[in-house]
Design a protein around this ligand. Structure first.
Ligand SMILES: [Zn+2]
Length: 388
């Protein structure tokens, strides 16, 4: 993709400008050679108070303040479309065609009623535009996304929206990337991320596509509805809300889509299930409180999900046997700390009953209660370690 700087006067930009009352948008500029609002720009309409914004644009020109660079995309030899600058060009076009007034010495003036030299000053103001040529559709959309992000690095989903832009993305963003959607706050109790950064949409797509977001967006690119996406998303959310009575902060960002797939056809005694959740949430032997939901959905069977503080008997026996066999082969104590200490007990083989299980990486620091992170120590050393 190539970009070339060009200068245009306000008069040139506004030549042939038409304001469509019906669509509420400016149609053409540069004598019909500039499309001011391409289809994909719809989502980027300023929702703010337009009248103040457009007056500010004219005041900037009158005072000689810079208006910022415009970005155009060349689509044919004699045709360009606006990538960035739609609002500014529309404001200029509307003012030059007497669609609104500015205040001068306490009185409103339309453009045609301004003194001649003031009109000329406005018309002859030059604005720089970058013209983008030889770009693929994807490059142009990616660039457009970056411009509208104000230089913030675009994330994976924003890039996908650019790659697969079309009717489906437009509709999906209206639903899931719209901060004004009345469901947004409720969704964000369960989903981490922001609507602006497309993270709610990404989650909805992840759920419906079972992780294959790109395939899904490619397949549905030209769809004119988002029914499947929306229905599946609503199903998951409704299921979570209907299953778990309390809304806790640790529910935010869990893999609800996967849990829905695995468990939504199961029948639960909801009273029992919710009582169990409340009980486990206050249990301080549990490290992984976020996994409580999955644990109860799975019938409270997979203890490893919870990272419980204590090793069970079978884990201790495995650890004991492993260490004792190795210690006998080497002729050292089966308590590794006794070996390290190198004193009287350095070759002592302790009985099972005289040893205790220890987390190599402390449980309080997130070390799991697993065989990989476990060892048996003599009682003396285990307690010495515990007291540190
Ligand atoms: Zn020891």
């Amino acid at each position: 993709m190539k970009t070339t700087p060009e200068f245009y006067t306000v008069k040139q930009l506004c030549e042939g400008f038409i304001w469509s009352n019906e669509d509420h948008k400016g149609l053409n500029g540069l004598g019909g050679k500039l499309i001011i609002q391409p289809e994909y720009q719809r989502n980027f309409l300023y929702a703010n108070d337009n009248s103040k914004l457009e007056i500010a644009v004219i005041e900037s020109i009158r005072n000689g303040y810079p208006l910022g660079v415009l970005y155009f995309n060349k689509i044919k030899d004699d045709m360009m479309e606006v990538l960035d600058g739609q609002q500014r060009i529309t404001s200029l076009g509307r003012f030059l065609s007497d669609k609104f007034s500015i205040m001068l010495d306490g009185r409103p003036y339309k453009f045609s009623k301004l003194p001649k030299e003031m009109r000329e000053q406005i018309e002859n103001t030059q604005i720089m535009a970058y013209i983008c040529t030889e770009g693929t559709e994807y490059e142009v959309m990616k660039w457009f996304t970056i411009i509208n992000m104000g230089g913030i690095k675009i994330n994976k989903q924003e890039e996908r929206n650019a790659s697969y832009y079309g009717s489906f993305v437009t509709l999906a963003k209206q639903e899931f990337s719209n901060k004004k959607n009345s469901n947004m706050a409720m969704w964000q109790s369960y989903i981490k991320g922001s609507a602006d950064r497309q993270e709610i949409l990404e989650c909805a797509l992840d759920w419906v596509s079972h992780g294959k977001i790109d395939d899904y967006m490619l397949e549905h690119r030209n769809d004119t509805n988002i029914d499947e996406l929306k229905d599946h998303f609503d199903d998951v959310i409704t299921w979570v809300k209907g299953t778990f009575e309390d809304v806790n902060p640790d529910m935010c960002g869990l893999k609800w889509g996967e849990m829905y797939d695995t468990y939504h056809t199961n029948h639960y005694d909801l009273f029992e299930l919710n009582s169990k959740v409340r009980e486990l949430r206050t249990d301080d032997r549990i490290n992984a409180h976020r996994n409580i939901y999955e644990y109860v959905l799975g019938g409270c069977e997979n203890d490893s999900l919870l990272n419980i503080r204590v090793f069970d008997k079978s884990q201790k026996v495995i650890l004991y046997n492993r260490q004792t066999i190795e210690a006998n082969e080497k002729g050292v104590s089966n308590c590794p700390d006794c070996v390290l200490e190198g004193k009287v007990n350095k070759t002592k083989i302790w009985d099972f009953k005289d040893m205790e299980a220890d987390h190599i990486k402390a449980w309080s620091k997130g070390g799991p209660t697993s065989l990989d992170n476990g060892q048996m120590l003599c009682k003396h050393h285990n307690r010495a370690k515990g007291n540190k």
